[in-house]
Design a protein around this ligand. Structure first.
Ligand SMILES: Nc1nc2c(ncn2[C@@H]2O[C@H](COP(=O)(O)OP(=O)(O)O)[C@@H](O)[C@H]2O)c(=O)[nH]1
Ligand SMILES: [Mg+2]
Length: 205
């Protein structure tokens, strides 16, 4: 949940990386973590426990510097993609301020991408949130595999499958190499901070 602390002049926002299992969400966070200098980042936390009460996500706190005198603190979360982690996915979305939907360019993952976007919409609705009204960016990941023998989806196909209704900004990425990772993060951070500021700092009439 966004929190604006006027006394400390801090803005806290929560950005969730959503998408099917193994599309590259954790890889995005690891690349960000490894690229930022230590005063800009907190510890990256990866929770991976087995058994019934599974919590399974990543959390990376970042300090993005100051905007208009406010310290901008962002928490990046990932959700577990596999079907059995439904409850965790929903929990991680609680209080979300911005979304990165990471889609897998592998052709065999086509249906999983679509299914995951539907799952996201459904889970947001349970918090009375509409995907159309939240800051969101799409990331078409694993574009490096286009030049491999493994069948991949074209950008047109991904746009048609995932972005026709949304019309959101989309970035190509190869997260293992870091391509597109910071473009995605910068875009969604800006959008989210602006959204949070407008939502919380607008003076009542
Ligand atoms: N070729 C390629 N592999 C990737 C890319 N991003 C992630 N992967 C691989 O995909 C697998 C799943 O990545 P991970 O980040 O754990 O997926 P998550 O389940 O979405 O968190 C790992 O083996 C990654 O190395 C990419 O851009 N290109
Ligand atoms: Mg992961």
């Amino acid at each position: 949940m966004a929190l604006i602390d006027l006394s400390k002049r801090e803005v806290h926002c929560k950005i969730v990386y959503y998408g099917p299992g193994r599309c590259g969400k954790t890889t995005n966070l690891l690349y960000i973590y490894n690229s930022m200098n230590s005063n800009a980042k907190g510890k990256m936390l990866t929770i991976e426990t087995k058994g019934d009460r599974t919590l399974f996500f990543d959390l990376l706190p970042l300090n993005l510097g100051k905007i208009k005198g406010f310290d901008i603190r962002i928490q990046l979360y990932t959700v577990p993609g596999q079907a059995i982690y439904e409850a965790t996915r929903k929990l991680v979305l609680k209080g979300v301020d911005g979304l990165v939907f990471v889609a897998d360019s592998l052709r065999v993952r086509r249906a999983k991408n679509i299914e995951s976007l539907q799952d996201l919409k459904k889970n947001l609705l349970e918090y009375n949130l509409d995907i159309e009204n939240l800051p969101i960016v799409l990331q078409y990941n694993k574009r490096d595999l286009e030049s491999s023998p493994i069948p991949t989806l074209s950008l047109e196909e991904m746009e048609e499958d995932l972005n026709k209704e949304l019309g959101a900004q989309a970035f190509q990425a190869a997260a293992t190499k870091g391509l597109g990772v910071f473009e995605t993060l910068k875009y969604i951070s800006k959008k989210t901070v602006r959204y949070v500021a407008t939502k919380h700092l607008v003076k009542p009439q």
